[in-house]
Design a protein. Structure first.
Length: 94
């Protein structure tokens, strides 16, 4: 089973994945990379925190580069909802 490595890159800083994770298909590695982007967006939602996930295989080839915009819509929706003011109950507080 091929092993994929998920390196994080941002503004000249590289965090190399030295262990990797085995996946049977590249599509599974892609899903994992998108989940990593989701986690990054949870902890660092605003630019300039634009981490790229570079996915390399066991040969050193880079079949995937996952950009920050690949974060799932559910993460974006939660961020949007968090920024919206809460609806009032309709009662005035005197």
């Amino acid at each position: 089973m091929p092993r994929y490595f998920f390196h994080l890159i941002s503004d000249g800083l590289v965090i190399a994945d030295e262990e990797g994770i085995p996946f049977s298909e590249l599509s599974a590695a892609h899903r994992h990379g998108v989940k990593l982007q989701d986690q990054i967006r949870l902890y660092c939602p605003e630019p300039p925190c634009d981490w790229i996930v570079k996915v390399s295989d066991h040969t050193g080839a880079t079949p995937l580069v996952i950009l920050p915009s690949a974060a799932s819509p559910s993460i974006v929706a939660r961020e949007f909802e968090a920024e919206m003011p809460q609806a009032s109950s309709g009662r005035d507080v005197a």
